[in-house]
Structures are given as C-alpha cells and as structure tokens.
Design a protein around this ligand. Structure first.
Ligand SMILES: NC(=O)c1ccc[n+]([C@@H]2O[C@H](COP(=O)([O-])OP(=O)(O)OC[C@H]3O[C@@H](n4cnc5c(N)ncnc54)[C@H](OP(=O)(O)O)[C@@H]3O)[C@@H](O)[C@H]2O)c1
Length: 362
C-alpha cells in the first residue's frame, strides 16, 4: 500500500504540463473516493459479521431466512423464496435435522419405522416427518410421493435432496452383476425415479433438486469402480436434468462431498469382503493384499478428514436457499483438490498417482 501512495504523491507534484496535472488530480480524487467507499463497505460487512457471531450462528441463519437476498430480475421467484418454509425431502439424518432446525418442513426418507422414530426423537419440532422410502422400490416411491402431495395440499414442494447411497468397493473383476445393479439402482436409477415422482410437486414451486454425488464423480479411484460408475452417472444425469428443466424454473445442483466419517465406511469393508469371497479363489488372490491395504488407507483418510456432516448439511442448505442455485457445491478440501487435479493432470499422471495403491505384495 505504501508504494501506491508514494506513486500518487509523485503524480500530484506540480509539473510544467498544466493539463496533465489536472487530469492526474482528478484521477487521484476518484481513486480516493473509491478507496473510502471500499473501506466503508468492508467495515459495514465486518460489523454485520460481528453481530451475527455475537448472536450465534442460528440467529444469523434466521436473519438470512427471514430476509432472503432476492434475485435481481425475478420478482415472482423472490416472493416464492420469502416463504420457503415449505417442504424438503432428504435422506440423511444430520442434514434433515439441520434443515428442520432452520425452519424447513422436512420429509425425511427412512427405510424402517424404528429409524423414523429415532429421527423424530432427535428433532426439535414436529417439522421433521419421517417417511418410509426405499428408492429401489417403485411402490414405496409412489406411496411416499402421494403422502407428500397429500400433506402439501397443492402447495407444491420446494426442494428434493437425493442423498440415498450405498458403496460397493471391490476390484471390478470381482464385482458381481448383482452388486453393480444394486449400486446403480440406489445411486442413479433410484434418484431419477424419486425425482420423476416429485417433479410435478417441484414444478408448482419452481423448486430445487439437489443430487448428492461424491469426489469419485470426478476422479475414479481403483477398487471403487462400481461406486465411481454410479457417481459419474449421477453427475451426467444431473447436468442433463439441469438443462432439461431450465425452462420450467426447477434448478438442479450437485453437492459433491469428499471423505466424511459416516456409517458408509463400515459398509465399504463389508461389501468388499463379500465381493472377494464370492470371486474365484485365483482371482480374489490377485487382489486380496493390495485391496486390504487400500481399504485401510481409505478408512484412515476418512477418520482423519476434518470434514464433518455439518459441513455437508451447510452446503445442502446453501443449495436450497441461495437466491441462484449453483450447479455444483463442494464439501471438503480433498474434493476441491481432486476436482482441480482431474481437470489439470493428464490421465497418465493421475494413473501414476494411484499406481502405488494397486501394487501387489507390499
Ligand atoms: N461419507 C462419505 O465419505 C461420502 C463421501 C462422498 C459422498 N457421499 C455420499 O453421501 C450420501 C450419504 O452417504 P453417508 O456417508 O451418509 O452414508 P450412510 O450413512 O450409509 O447413508 C446412506 C443413507 O442412504 C440410505 N439408503 C441406502 N439405500 C437406500 C435405499 N434403497 N432407499 C432409501 N434409502 C437408502 C441409507 O439407509 P439405511 O440406513 O436404511 O441403510 C442411509 O440412510 C451417499 O449418497 C454417498 O454416496 C458420502
């Protein structure tokens, strides 16, 4: 900064060229005004932040919910946003609670009545409504859709969060067709089926769809091929859907989390073991040791990850409340780095990064 001021002072010094001096002084005045305005803007933002921090995060979010920033050119959309406390469908406990605590009416998909009761007990209000939903079962999807439509009574649904997931982790040579089908049924076909069932409700509100993908929707790791297949498909499906639904005003976003320690990681070991046990011994023998090493490393990565379920919930909250939904939201540094590397590095370089993981007998 000192350097800039010094240069300006030199420009202001009297010169033989009177015209040039006048221009320079005008420039200085403009620059000073801009600087003062910028500083004032920064000070105002700091004051707002301090107030928000002093009052606690919840108060800050309440403020944002009560006074949502309106999109610049769409008054109808702004009016809809102002009364956004309507409805939400999602499948993840912490995320459901996070949204319920912030005023959303949440229909939380669960697969058993017991899970529903557990979730209801954790909620702070009756705004959280567990709903039996298996995304691979058409009848269950139909019943859940009808129940939501009934409750909303023609009011329409504001947002759908497709978060149901499973993770088949095994060398692709050992993944059975049934395991691959189960992976794709849950992550891709199930998400689309639920979306199709709820689109008429979403259209009424010009609402939002949030598809939860993964860092593995950008970089396919070895031994997670089945899962990555599902995530790449979900990313592609979301892009097509976003473009198709643009005229109807329904937005589609992807939330892409990195590693977060959740029960998913316990299931990773389980499905891997099952796949290897089912494969012929000579095939399973090729992979057993590097795969075991890979699973250990992956679990450790998740345990060490600083990303928390709340970070994920916060990004979903952003996706459903931002004046203009972005096409992608990232959760965690690892996923941001992976996304950038996948764009910058050639395949050969990425392959070298993963070569150590698949090396046998270490
Ligand atoms: N954890 C991570 O590191 C991570 C990273 C990137 C992306 N993700 C994605 O984030 C999402 C949530 O994962 P999570 O870590 O929270 O795993 P999770 O604890 O295993 O949660 C997955 C949820 O999906 C539900 N589900 C599975 N199959 C279903 C079906 N057929 N119908 C309805 N619900 C079904 C599960 O219900 P049940 O409890 O009844 O099985 C569970 O509630 C997944 O889409 C996952 O791919 C997670």
């Amino acid at each position: 900064m000192a350097g800039t001021w010094a240069l300006l002072a030199q420009h202001c010094a009297p010169s033989a060229e009177a015209g040039r001096d006048a221009v320079t002084l005008a420039e200085v005045r403009v620059l000073r005004r801009v600087k003062v305005e910028r500083r004032l803007a920064v000070l105002r933002r700091l004051a707002r932040c301090e107030q928000a921090v002093a009052a606690g995060d919840a108060a800050y979010t309440m403020h944002r919910e009560r006074f949502p920033r309106a999109p610049k050119h769409d008054a109808a959309r702004a009016a809809e946003q102002a009364e956004q406390q309507t409805a939400e469908v999602l499948l993840n406990e912490s995320c459901a609670l996070y949204l319920e605590q912030r005023g959303f009416l949440v229909f939380a998909g669960v697969r058993s009545a017991m899970d529903g009761e557990k979730l209801r007990a954790e909620a702070s209000s009756a705004r959280l409504r567990p709903l039996i939903l298996d995304v691979t079962d058409e009848k269950s999807i139909g019943a859940a859709g009808a129940s939501i439509a009934d409750t909303l009574g023609g009011q329409g649904l504001w947002a759908l969060v497709n978060n149901a997931g499973t993770c088949v982790s095994a060398p692709l040579e050992c993944v059975s067709p049934a395991q691959l089908r189960q992976q794709l049924d849950t992550s891709v076909i199930g998400s689309l089926a639920v979306t199709q069932a709820l689109l008429p409700q979403l259209r009424l509100r010009r609402g939002r769809i949030v598809n939860v993908s993964s860092g593995l929707g950008a970089v396919a790791l070895p031994y997670l091929g089945a899962y990555a297949t599902g995530q790449f498909a979900k990313e592609g499906m979301s892009d097509s859907l976003r473009r198709e639904l643009r005229p109807s005003g329904v937005s589609v976003s992807v939330v892409r989390p990195g590693a977060i320690m959740t029960p998913l990681w316990g299931k990773v070991r389980e499905t891997g073991k099952k796949a290897l046990d089912q494969a012929p011994d000579d095939i399973a023998g090729i992979y057993r040791s590097p795969f075991e090493r890979f699973v250990r490393l992956n679990e450790r990565r998740a345990q060490l990850s600083r990303t928390r379920p709340e970070d994920f919930a916060r990004q979903v909250f952003r996706a459903v409340t931002a004046p203009r939904a972005k096409s992608r939201y990232y959760v965690g540094t690892d996923v941001r780095v992976a996304t950038v590397l996948s764009r910058l590095l050639p395949d050969a370089a990425l392959d070298r990064c993963f070569a150590a993981a698949t090396r046998p007998g270490r």
